[in-house]
Design a protein. Structure first.
Ligand code: ZN
Length: 277
C-alpha cells in the first residue's frame, strides 16, 4: 500500500467511511502510546505491531488484515499465545487488531479503532506448523450450525473452552464476543469456575473467531471505556433473547434503498495523530 502524504489526509482523517483502510497512514504516529476516543470513533498514537510469528501464534490473512495495537494489548496477546502453547494448544491464528493509527476499519464491525480490540480464530485443532506469509490467506471454519441455533458438534472441542477461558482471564480484557450459539455451548459444558463466562458476551457473527475487547489501558485519560457488561454470567433469559430473534419473521425489504451509513466522525485530537509525520 502506498504511503499517502499526511497533509492530503486531513479531510479523510476526520470523516472517514469505508475507504478508511485505503486512506490511512501505513506507519504508526510517533510518540508514547496515546488512545483517543471510544469504540465507535477513536484513534491511537504510538501503536506497536504484533509480530507475524511468536511462540504460540501466527498472524493470519495478512493481505486484508492489520495488526497494530496499544503496547499493553500486544503484550497480553503474546502472553495469551504463550499460555495457550503451554496448555498444548496449536499456534493461535491472530487476525485484525487496528490500523497503524486506528480509525474505522473497512469490513469489520464498528470497533477495532484504538488498538484495544483483537480477533483470534477459534481454530484449536493442530498441528499448526508455521505457514509462509504468502499462504495465510484462508478462511476459518465456522463452529455454528447454518440455522444459528447451536454449534456443530463434530467441530467443537474441549480446547475451545481452554482457549476462550485463557482469553477471558487475560489482564485488561473487558469482554470477549462470540456467537450466541458458542456462548450457549459454553453455558452448557463449563463446570467448576464459571465466573469468567461473565466476560464472554453473545454477538452477531463471530462464528469462527472471538473478539477480545480490552479496557482503556492505565493512564489513557482520553480513552473512553464502554459501559460495563451486565452483571452475571449471562447464561439466562438474556441469552435466550438471541435465539428468539431467529423465530421472529424477517421484515419485508424496504421499498427505497436505505441511506448509506453515516461516516464516522473522529474526535478532533485524532486530526494531529492522523497527520503526524
Ligand atoms: Zn473483531
Amino acid at each position: 500500500m502506498k504511503h499517502i502524504r499526511a497533509a492530503s489526509l486531513l479531510p479523510l482523517a476526520l470523516l472517514v467511511g469505508t475507504s478508511a483502510f485505503a486512506a490511512s497512514p501505513t506507519t504508526p504516529a510517533p510518540g508514547p502510546a496515546r488512545i483517543v476516543g471510544s469504540s465507535e470513533a477513536g484513534c491511537i498514537a504510538g501503536a506497536v505491531r504484533l509480530p507475524d510469528n511468536a511462540p504460540g501464534m501466527q498472524t493470519i490473512r495478512l493481505k486484508e488484515s492489520t495488526f497494530w495495537g496499544h503496547p499493553d494489548v500486544i503484550r497480553h496477546l503474546l502472553d495469551l499465545a504463550r499460555t495457550a502453547k503451554a496448555a498444548s494448544l496449536p499456534d493461535l491464528y491472530m487476525n485484525d487488531i487496528s490500523l497503524p493509527r486506528g480509525g474505522p476499519l473497512a469490513g469489520v464491525h464498528a470497533s477495532h479503532q484504538r488498538g484495544v480490540d483483537a480477533d483470534v480464530w477459534l481454530d484449536v485443532i493442530g498441528p499448526h506448523p508455521v505457514i509462509p506469509a504468502s499462504e495465510r490467506e484462508f478462511e476459518p471454519q465456522t463452529l455454528v450450525r447454518a440455522d444459528g441455533r447451536g454449534i456443530i458438534p463434530e467441530r467443537w472441542h474441549p480446547e475451545h473452552v481452554t482457549l476462550i477461558k485463557l482469553a477471558a482471564n487475560l489482564p485488561g480484557v473487558d469482554r470477549l464476543l462470540v456467537n450466541p450459539a458458542i456462548k450457549k455451548q459454553l453455558c452448557e459444558v463449563v463446570t467448576g469456575d464459571r465466573n469468567w463466562l461473565h466476560k464472554v458476551r453473545p454477538w452477531y457473527g463471530h462464528t469462527a473467531h472471538m473478539h477480545l475487547h480490552f479496557s482503556c489501558p492505565a493512564g489513557q485519560t482520553e480513552c473512553i471505556d464502554q459501559p460495563p457488561a451486565p452483571a452475571g454470567i449471562g447464561c439466562d433469559a438474556s441469552l435466550d433473547w438471541w435465539f428468539a430473534q431467529l423465530d421472529s419473521p424477517k421484515p419485508p425489504p424496504p421499498k427505497t434503498p436505505p441511506p448509506p451509513p453515516k461516516p464516522v466522525v473522529l474526535p478532533p485530537a485524532c486530526r494531529a495523530i492522523m497527520a503526524a509525520p
